[in-house]
Structures are given as structure tokens and as C-alpha cells.
Design a binder for this molecule. Sequence first.
Ligand SMILES: Nc1ncnc2c1ncn2[C@@H]1O[C@H](COP(=O)(O)OP(=O)(O)OP(=O)(O)O)[C@@H](O)[C@H]1O
Ligand SMILES: [Mg+2]
Length: 334
Amino acid sequence: MTDPLNSESAAQQTNAVHSLHQLLPAMSEQLIGLDTLCQRLLIALLCGGHILIEGPPGVAKTRTIKEFAQRLNTQFVRIQATPDLLPADITGSDIYHQPSGEFRFVHGPVFNNIVLVDEINRAPPKVQSALLEAMAEHQVSMGGTTRKLEEPFMVAATQNPIEHEGTYPLPEAQLDRFMFFVQLKLPDLHNERLILDQVLSETQSDSTSSKGPPCIASAIDVLSARQEVEKVFISDAVRDYIVRLTGATRGKGMGGVASGEIEHAASPRTSINLALAGRARAWLMRRDFVTPDDVAELATDILCGRIVLDYRARAAGLSERDIIQRILNDTPRV
Ligand SMILES: Nc1ncnc2c1ncn2[C@@H]1O[C@H](COP(=O)(O)OP(=O)(O)OP(=O)(O)O)[C@@H](O)[C@H]1O
Ligand SMILES: [Mg+2]
């Protein structure tokens, strides 16, 4: 006889697979040229990771994350970081409740599923470190009490690469907490026109309906999918490839090929993220094993914020992405 509980969870998982596989095609219909960002968001959510998006204003960063949260029917909040933000503005705090004469905890915006922190580098260091604990531990500690955040939990932070005045650049340790570093560029003329058509057609239909995009999956689907992703197989050959890539950012004698150009090399968290994200990518491709191509395709967005270039490389006009591309070309996949 089949166990009803088991068959119920199997049905839930089939449902999750079906719904989440529909998410990316649905989003790409409305968000022009942002397929990679949408895929990275989903992979990060499936792995319990976080994402840092760098890009100029007006390239649909807010819209993409908001739509992603709406399609997944998850709780979404947007925080605008400013220099006068306090840690309690993010985590919440104990507030005096007069009728009972007690202090009661009022939950801050971090107690949501998808937290968009706009211009994170404008937040002062104490706020950044409060976020860090939430991101790393998926919990908030205050006044001796630790409160778990509800899963799925993901921070999507943005920063503007052209503004440096009045900002507090994220320290290396904080950057390492992000799974992905996605860089958005201005669209080309073809996409610019598609965006214009898209937004104009929406403003027309908005006057008749003001509903957001229909939801496709749920937070429960994400949690079921996470269990599936964890089962995806990573062979020894792929693990060795991951280690070769991370090692290639380190000095000579540690597998390094780019020594002299990289001042700070990638940490073991890089290898872990490459493996976790590789599994989620394989699952999205409906495979139950990771290939070296999964890892290579994700490597730039995972490695990018984790290495710091030497001043000579900068003077030569090289970027982190250039160096990573060279590492990818030079590192044998098998
Ligand atoms: N690739 C795109 N696809 C669809 N719409 C887009 C795209 N790029 C820009 N838009 C439109 O441009 C407008 C601005 O988007 P949004 O507010 O999300 O930008 P942003 O990157 O968050 O900007 P800011 O950095 O100023 O907060 C929205 O109306 C959005 O629909
Ligand atoms: Mg925005």
C-alpha cells in the first residue's frame, strides 16, 4: 500500500517542479533582456543565497525583483538605504506597549521572504552588519533573543556603480555573503525599443486593470524544489573543476594562474557557492547531475565580487570580469 503522506509530498514536488520551471519563461515575456538576472534570482532563492545587483538607474532592477516576488506569491519589501538608517529600522525593536506595561518586539522589514535593499552602500556599517547576520544565519539576534527568519529568505541588494560620494563600500567579508554579483548594462537600441513598446502597452492596459502579474508558484513550491535540488549529483570530476577554478585565483603553488594580478583571492565559500548554484542550474535544466558547463556558466557572476585586483591590473585597464574570463579559458574543464 502506498503511504498517503509520501504520495502527497511526491505530488507537491511534481507540482513545484512544474510551477518553477514556468517562472523564467513567464518573466522573460515582460522583462526585456533580463533572463540572466531572473535565472540568478531563482537559483539564489533555491540555494538560500543572496544577490547583489550593480547597474545604472532605470534598468528595471526594482521591477524585476518585485515581479519575481509577486510571481512566487512571497512577502516582499523594499528598503531604501540612507546614511541615517539604524539597525533597528531593518531588524525591528522592542517597543513599549502601554496597556500591558511590557516591551513587545515589533518585527522589522527583514522579516519578509524577499528583501530588496536599494543602494546598500549608502547604509552605515552598523546596518550593513545587522543585515550580514540575517543573510548568513537566516536569523536576527536582539537583546539576548534569537528569532528565525521565515524561509524562503533572500536579500537582493542593489548598488549604483557611478556614485561614490556619501557611500560606505561593502567590506570584503560582507561581499562574500552574496552568492551572485550581477552587473546590468544599459540596453541596446533594439531592446530599448522593445522596452518602450512593453511599458506603453502596460500603461494602456493598466487603466483597465491594476493587478500585478499573476502568481505562478508559491513559497511552499520553493521549499519542495530545494529538497529536489539537494539531490542533484555532483561528480568528482566536477568537484575537481570547481576547486581548480577557485584555486586559479590564488598565488602560484596554490593552483594560481593569475598571480600578480589578483590581490585578494577567492575564499572556499566560492567553491561551495559554485557547487550549490551548479546543482540548482542543473535542476532548472531538468537534469539530475551537474556538468562542468553549469559551473562555467555561473562562474563569472559568482567569482566577480570575491576577488580584488592588484593595482597593476587596474592600471592596465583590466576588470575582474576580464581576469575571470581568462581563468575560465585557461582552466581545463575535465
Ligand atoms: N529591460 C526592461 N524590461 C522591461 N521594462 C523595463 C526594462 N528596463 C526598464 N524598464 C522600465 O523602466 C522603468 C524603471 O524601472 P525600475 O524602477 O525597476 O528601475 P531601477 O533599475 O530600479 O531604477 P533605480 O536604480 O532608479 O531604482 C520601469 O517602468 C520598467 O518597466
Ligand atoms: Mg529601483
